[in-house]
Design a protein around this ligand. Structure first.
Ligand SMILES: *[C@@H]1O[C@H](CO)[C@@H](O)[C@H](O)[C@H]1NC(C)=O
Ligand SMILES: *[C@@H]1O[C@H](CO)[C@@H](O)[C@H](O)[C@H]1NC(C)=O
Length: 340
């Protein structure tokens, strides 16, 4: 990966040599989906229902427009299950559903995919969800308003963690079945795994690699091509995305290798639904290298979504992608343009 370091050094020095160097890169497959997360409607995660404008906030349309104008084609909208449907098998909260619908329609009207992400870690009111049938009903209710919108992508749940592996499988299958039962027959669904759905831990013994392959799509018997597995991959030492320090300048690609093999062997495809890196040379190399690795393996890797844009990072976080002042917006967007 010395070549990547050279590129960064050249562009940092602002020399005219950088551009011709870049053009000499071998051609590779493009990622089909490229975009960002929108964080805000899930903030105040222990406040139920919480107050809009105080505990949580909806994405800003003008800011979302800037990602769309850049050519990004997928935004991941994070929200809370409890706020959307306060009783698991009950009716939606009208005001919260209206705001979610407005956000999603704003995106999809422009031909861009909107991913609907209950940011719940497999929990409901902070308890592990053991009510598998109830979860299926929740998803049928949640998906019904979007059943005829082909650009809505359904994310079963954000980052299952510390849960019985069989329960994670059952909840994913219940989500899929519930979404299809709503009449959303052909849209993409992204199952997520246990262990925070980490790509680097996907092949951990007893975990996702041994079990996640069994999921089926009841609307398309024998065809799982609309189930695009969602994994997350950060480049800091514990892989949590809490530090702006990357392990080394190849870490993202290195951490994707095992999952890439699993996907290929199991004839599955995946998207990285969260990734990020600090605004420093090691991370620039790691992130750009990781995305180029995905492009080289674009038979199984279909896309990548940065964590995160949103109105409330307030330029205080290294991963803040909100225009115009977010650190990542300023430092990474010029580098990510090659992938859009
Ligand atoms: C919905 O969005 C509007 C406009 O941003 C806001 O005033 C309202 O409080 C929001 N309501 C909920 C429940 O999110
Ligand atoms: C970079 O980090 C990854 C992940 O820890 C490791 O597999 C790889 O060997 C490291 N590369 C170097 C050159 O140290």
């Amino acid at each position: 990966m010395r070549f990547f370091s050279l590129l960064v050094a050249l562009s940092a020095a602002g020399t005219a040599l950088a551009a011709p160097q870049q053009r000499q890169l071998p051609p590779c497959g493009k990622l089909r989906y490229f975009g960002v997360n929108e964080a805000g409607p899930e903030f105040g995660e222990s406040q139920f229902p919480g107050q809009p404008g105080k505990d949580y906030i909806w994405p800003d349309e003008q800011k979302m427009q800037q990602f769309i104008d850049l050519g990004m084609n997928m935004l991941r909208i994070n929200f809370l299950m409890e706020r959307l449907i306060p009783k698991l098998t009950g009716q939606p909260d009208e005001a919260y559903m209206r705001n979610l619908t407005n956000t999603i329609n704003f995106i999809t009207k422009q031909g861009v995919y909107a991913m609907m992400t209950p940011h719940n870690y497999g929990r409901y009111y902070q308890n592990v969800m053991n009510d598998v049938d109830g979860f299926k009903t929740w998803w049928t209710t949640a998906a019904t308003p979007f059943k005829d919108n082909p650009l809505v992508v359904f994310d079963t749940n954000n980052e299952f963690k510390d849960m019985d592996q069989q329960l994670v499988i059952k909840l994913n299958q219940a989500a899929i079945d519930g979404i299809r039962a709503a009449g959303a027959k052909d849209q993409i669904i992204t199952p997520e795994g246990n262990f925070y759905t980490g790509a680097w831990t996907w092949i951990k013994s007893g975990g996702n690699s041994e079990t996640m392959g069994v999921l089926t799509d009841p609307a398309h018997p024998g065809d799982t091509s609309r189930l695009i597995y969602q994994m997350h991959q950060y480049s800091d030492s514990d892989g949590s995305g809490s530090s702006e320090t990357c392990v080394n300048n190849t870490v993202m690609a290195d951490r994707l290798v095992g999952a890439t093999e699993w996907l290929r062997q199991n004839k599955k495809q995946a998207i990285i639904g969260e990734y990020a890196g600090g605004a420093n040379p090691t991370c620039f190399d790691a992130i750009i290298g990781g995305l180029r690795y995905m492009e080289k393996n674009s038979d199984v890797w279909l896309g990548a979504l940065w964590w995160a844009a949103g109105p409330w990072w307030k330029n205080q976080k290294w991963y803040d992608m909100e225009p115009p002042d977010g650190i990542a917006w300023k430092e990474y967007i010029p580098k990510l343009k090659e992938f859009i």
